[in-house]
Design a protein around this ligand. Structure first.
Ligand code: SF4
Length: 278
């Protein structure tokens, strides 16, 4: 295995074969993140990836590219990688990967479309929030407008993606505004699934220092639950979208389809609000 002992991948990909493509994080500057803090960024050579593919079960039908942002390797390398998957795993129907908004900048609509046709069928993208001031504070390296543009490029290329957002990220007193802004951003593009994560203050992160220095005050549990409710009230997807709060960081586990199951999901979240700490 390359670099880190820690492998991060979405829980939906638990039964998917993992293929390391990068280790470390090419960006490594997000305020809330210390996941790859002490790790050097490294791209796995294509010949090593090919060896791994050749040793896999030929009937493998799903693979997930491992690394903080495998799309950072660029079009040429990604296309070669997908061609190798096609050659050695002819039954593989879906390649999935994490991707940063910043990486999608590198690709034209046509290139994204070529990658889709070559087998790349699902990206997981960390949009985090729809507020520019919070993106700046968290040093995410993109703006809301840029995020919307990149999402629309993916829509145009018909490359499906899941949208990951992080509630609690805006800090105390800011959650309702954050939810409204985040829903407004997501309402402007089509996404398969809306995945929530709950902000965790990671040891070793810059955000941890900001909390210690009282520059940043994290929101409490109740405020975060209200943030989830506000998201549910304001998301108006253009096409049906799954709403998924089952990632382990979440305060509550909910799963359903929007807009059809909005009332049921709202009922569930309302049942949690005001329950703890009374
Ligand atoms: S959140 Fe993602 S892009 Fe940001 S530093 Fe962590 S791994 Fe890198």
């Amino acid at each position: 295995m390359y670099g880190s002992d820690a492998i991060h991948y979405p829980q939906d990909e638990m039964n998917t074969v993992l293929v390391p493509v990068t280790s470390g994080c090419i960006y490594n500057k997000c305020t809330f993140c210390s996941m790859y803090k002490d790790e050097k960024y490294h791209e796995v050579p294509l010949q090593d990836i090919e060896k791994q593919l050749m040793n896999m079960d030929i009937y493998t039908d799903k693979i997930f590219l491992v690394g903080s942002d495998p799309m950072s390797i660029g079009f040429e390398k990604m296309k070669q990688l997908l061609d190798m998957v096609h050659l050695h795993l002819p039954y593989c129907a879906r390649v999935g990967s994490y991707a940063a908004v910043r990486s999608i900048f590198k690709y034209s609509v046509e290139e994204l479309s070529i990658l889709h046709d070559a087998g790349l069928r699902l990206l997981y993208i960390g949009f985090e929030t729809g507020r520019d001031d919070i993106l700046k504070m968290m040093n995410k390296g993109h703006t809301v407008e840029q995020a919307i543009q990149q999402a629309k490029k993916l829509n145009e290329a018909r490359l499906p993606f899941n949208t990951i957002i992080m509630y609690g990220i805006a800090g105390e007193g800011e959650s309702v505004d954050n939810a409204i802004a985040t829903a407004k951003m997501v309402n402007q593009f089509r996404t398969e699934k809306f995945i929530t994560m709950n902000l965790v203050i990671m040891e070793g992160s810059r955000l941890r220092d900001m909390v210690r220095d009282h520059i940043y005050i994290p929101s409490g549990r109740e405020e975060r639950l209200v943030e989830i409710k506000t998201l549910l009230e304001n998301l108006e997807p253009e096409q049906p979208m799954l709403f998924d709060t089952t990632h382990p960081t979440n305060l509550v586990r909910m799963f359903g389809r929007l807009p059809d199951e909005r009332r049921r999901l709202l009922r569930e979240i309302r049942n949690h609000i005001g329950v703890h700490g009374n």
